[in-house]
Design a protein around this ligand. Structure first.
Ligand code: ZN
Length: 151
């Protein structure tokens, strides 16, 4: 990755950390799940409203580090309007660029803005911060009641 691209990515992350999109709650009836990353202290609750199979609305609240907040903000933008299975595919691709070498060029095309978090791969501890919201989203869609933890 070039230094310029890395800087641009960093700016997008900071912007979503400072001004998170879709932050808040959704009124019932809604699918919701809580996620916890004890290693870093990140806690998130994800709210999802489905219209048939489509994610019509999604929101999050909670507190955590810059990466976890930015990741949740970017995720809500990325999955809104997508079907549940499209969101699942997106999560798999996203997870791949965060954990596997060489997937980057391929993934940044498929991931759009989510690619800004690909630099997290260099910091394995941070991968949990960047994926917590996605684990919680999946739990919400499956109506799991227990708190999802990255540990
Ligand atoms: Zn974190």
């Amino acid at each position: 990755m070039t230094a310029n691209l890395q800087e641009l990515y960093q700016e997008v992350i900071l912007d979503h950390h400072r001004r998170p999109r879709n932050r808040g709650t959704l009124s019932e009836p809604v699918h919701r799940a809580e996620g916890s990353n004890p290693l870093c202290g990140d806690r998130l609750t994800i709210y999802v409203r489905l219209d048939g199979d489509v994610i019509a609305e999604v929101a999050f609240e909670g507190s955590g580090c810059a990466i976890s907040t930015a990741a949740a903000s970017l995720m809500t933008e990325a999955v809104k309007g997508k079907t549940v299975s499209e969101a699942q595919v997106l999560f798999e691709r996203y997870h791949r660029i965060l954990t596997e070498d060489g997937g980057e060029a391929d993934a940044s095309r498929a991931l759009g803005k989510l690619a800004v978090l690909s630099g997290v791969r260099q910091y394995p501890v941070r991968v949990k911060c960047a994926t917590l919201c996605w684990h919680a989203l999946r739990a919400a869609l499956e109506d799991r009641q227990e708190v999802v933890t990255t540990e």
